[in-house]
Design a protein around this ligand. Structure first.
Ligand SMILES: O=C(O)CCC(=O)C(=O)O
Ligand SMILES: [Fe+2]
Length: 264
């Protein structure tokens, strides 16, 4: 695993709101991630992945992906992977922030024939407003134009505000809300298994449909910059913590929002 991004990667991230890091995991690390995440997913589901295509659930969104939230809380092995300070340092360097807390981790598994992921931003769902949030997205299978690789609108990280928009069925609905996005050509980001893509929490991104009979597994970890303040939204906060907070409060609960890296 790389400890630090190159200067070119950092510049790409800051300008375009994302960067593709080929080979973030070596072969052994990729095997360890797949094993830990597959086991955690199987435990959560009560059964392993069985090759059944998406499309049998009511409504469009449940057929976009299996969304396995906070596996780091149910699996020791996943927790060990997610709490790696090297990942914190990598993200902190790209986003130019002092400290990194985990907001949430989630496996996003596009089943065979899964729907596309509509364009959206991540931060507006979360309990803090920030232009410094960053997410790690790791391909556990090759993510291709055929099976649902990411698509990102470069430079869009500064073109929208923090209002929540639904991730509905219509892939491009967000452009109707924010005409400034019109004319930005989405960039596909095919990735080999073991590659990472870092995504600015405010950049507009989505993913293609899975038009194949294989899985497109990805593991993600969303990071909050240390020092961010509560905005009144609950999202992943526990009920007790949520009720203890007043908008404007520092989000500094180490148990729920572990600080995995601080500079210096
Ligand atoms: O993998 C996908 O389909 C979407 C990924 C995404 O939106 C995210 O990681 O924030
Ligand atoms: Fe997202």
């Amino acid at each position: 695993m790389f400890d630090s991004p190159t200067t070119a990667q950092t510049e790409h991230y800051r300008q375009h709101g994302f960067v593709h890091v080929p080979g973030m995991l070596d072969t052994n690390e990729l095997t360890a991630w797949r094993t830990a995440i597959d086991e955690a997913v199987a435990e959560r589901r009560g059964k392993p992945l069985d090759g059944k295509p998406a499309g049998h659930r009511e409504g469009a969104y449940p057929n976009v992906f299996l969304q396995m939230m906070l596996l780091s809380r149910s699996s020791d092995a996943v927790r060990e992977l997610m709490y790696d300070a090297r990942l914190g340092r990598f993200a902190a360097t790209l986003a130019d922030i002092e400290g990194i807390r985990i907001w949430h981790d989630q496996a996003l598994i596009k089943e065979p024939l899964a729907n596309p992921t509509s364009f959206h931003r991540d931060v507006p769902y979360w309990s803090f407003d920030s232009h410094e949030a960053i997410s790690l997205w790791v391909a556990l299978d090759d993510a291709t134009l055929e099976n649902g690789c990411l698509y990102i609108m470069p430079g869009s990280q500064s073109l929208t505000d923090f209002r929540v928009g639904a991730i509905g069925e219509n892939v491009g609905a967000i452009v109707a809300d924010y005409p400034a996005l019109e004319g930005i050509e989405p960039v596909p980001v095919p990735a080999r298994a073991g590659d990472a893509v870092y995504i600015d929490g405010m950049v507009v991104h989505g993913a293609g449909a899975n038009m194949t009979l294989g899985y497109r597994r990805a593991m993600t970890c969303a990071y909050m910059p240390d020092g961010a303040r509560f905005n009144g939204k609950r999202n992943v906060l526990s009920e007790d913590y949520f009720h203890s907070l007043t908008p404007g409060d520092l989000l500094d609960n180490d148990a729920e929002l572990p600080l995995i890296y601080r500079r210096g």
